[in-house]
Ligand binder design. Structure first.
Ligand code: MTE
Ligand code: MO
Length: 375
């Protein structure tokens, strides 16, 4: 798999884990524009990287559908309307490093990748709506509520081998915003991103967008796979360590509103004449979009609105990059921070500890960066 990483990813990728391979791009690559270069889209794997020839690929659609079918890539490309969507995928582990630093040694940090701000990326995907594919399979049987995706990759957990398996509820699929895609930014889907075909579940945590898709099952319940039932659960801090059992966590699906300051960087010395140039990203899941981004030069006492790029509701499944020269005459250590608001008026928790949780997921609190100001 290291050869695939070398071939498909840029040299500047920051390797978060070697096996399974996990990597995130450096800040300058992420900030280049709304669309992330495929070479610098983050990678989150749980196991190996399967290599499947597009001509040999097919997907089996079964479980509680009226007419189970097997479809090839050619079938997908010719039997259904083709859709293109610009979508931000965000791992629910983005910015986990801040939760690790808040209470070192607590939470599930040993088994979870220590992501910084780069486990997020945006691409234009080409594919078909899963809803249309299910209709072609005669629709769902009464009582079917969830669609399970099974990936061809395998991973080990507690001495057992599993295929990657997750599910999404039918009410999400019904919106025509769950896609089966074979193209990413005008190129065939890279191997490392799930070739030949992956699911793209807009607005949900990255984990539901199953790569190397080979089976779809309609079920009365959510997937029994450990990734669905035992991972990506949110255990509030108040639960207490002894209560961290799977049944006490709730499944993370929609991503909340969140943001990050990519420049300046923590501990940077900034020499300026009263204005510090800041930039970063802001994103909201669940079909909501960012409306406003604010930056504070003093830890959150005063706020200034940032210029937010690409304010078009056409791309409401995508992030928005922002920029601001934030005014300050303070010298010495100062804390810059960013917070944003989405179109449902949601905003971000104030501190990491406001929303610390045992599985170290969804670090959506106001991002804080301490720098040394000289002016
Ligand atoms: N699909 C399979 N089959 N195996 C995986 O390990 N990882 C998931 C998801 N789909 C995963 C998968 C997670 S947790 C995330 S965040 C996204 O893929 C990452 O997608 P990317 O690697 O294309 O950025
Ligand atoms: Mo993820």
């Amino acid at each position: 798999s290291w050869e695939i990483v070398k071939k498909e990813k840029g040299e500047k990728m920051i390797h978060v884990l070697d096996f399974p391979y996990n990597g995130e791009p450096p800040a300058d690559e992420l900030m280049k524009g709304k669309i992330t270069d495929n070479k610098y889209h983050f990678v989150r794997n749980h196991g190996n990287i399967p290599v499947i020839e597009p001509e040999e690929w097919s997907v089996e659609i079964g479980g509680m559908v009226n007419e189970p079918k097997r479809l090839t890539l050619h079938d997908l490309k010719t039997k259904f309307p083709i859709v293109e969507m610009t979508v931000t995928l965000q791992c629910s582990g983005t910015r986990r490093i801040e939760q690790i630093h808040e209470y070192p040694g607590e939470g599930d940090e040993l088994i979870n990748a220590p992501w910084a701000e780069g486990a997020i990326g945006t691409a234009k995907y080409k594919g078909v709506s899963l809803k249309k594919v299910l209709k072609y399979c005669g629709g769902l049987k009464d009582g079917a509520q969830h669609l399970e995706f099974i990936g061809a990759d395998t991973y080990f957990k507690k001495g057992r081998v599993y295929n990657y398996a997750v599910s999404v509820p039918w009410r999400k699929v019904k919106s025509n915003e769950v896609l089966l895609v074979w193209e990413m930014n005008g190129e065939p889907l890279p191997l490392i991103h799930g070739a030949p075909v992956r699911a793209v579940v807009t607005g949900y945590i990255g984990a539901r967008s199953c790569k190397w898709l080979y089976k779809i099952n309609a079920l009365a319940h959510s997937s029994m796979g450990p990734v669905q039932r035992q991972e990506y659960l949110y255990y509030n801090h108040q639960l207490g360590k002894h209560n961290v059992k799977f049944s006490n966590g709730f499944s993370i699906q929609d991503m909340p509103v969140s943001s990050a300051m990519m420049f300046p960087k923590e501990k940077q010395v900034i020499i300026h004449d009263g204005k510090i140039e800041c930039q970063g990203w802001a994103y909201s899941g669940g079909g909501r979009w960012v409306e406003r981004v604010e930056v504070s030069p003093d830890g959150g006492h005063t706020w200034f609105p940032a210029a937010v790029q690409n304010m078009t509701t056409k791309h409401y499944h995508a992030w928005r990059l922002w920029k601001l020269e934030v005014p300050t005459y303070a010298e010495g250590w100062i804390e810059l921070c960013v917070r944003c608001w989405d179109n449902a008026n949601n905003t971000e928790p104030t501190f990491v500890r406001s929303a610390w949780n045992w599985d170290l997921h969804v670090t959506s609190s106001s991002h804080r960066v301490k720098i040394y100001s000289v002016n």
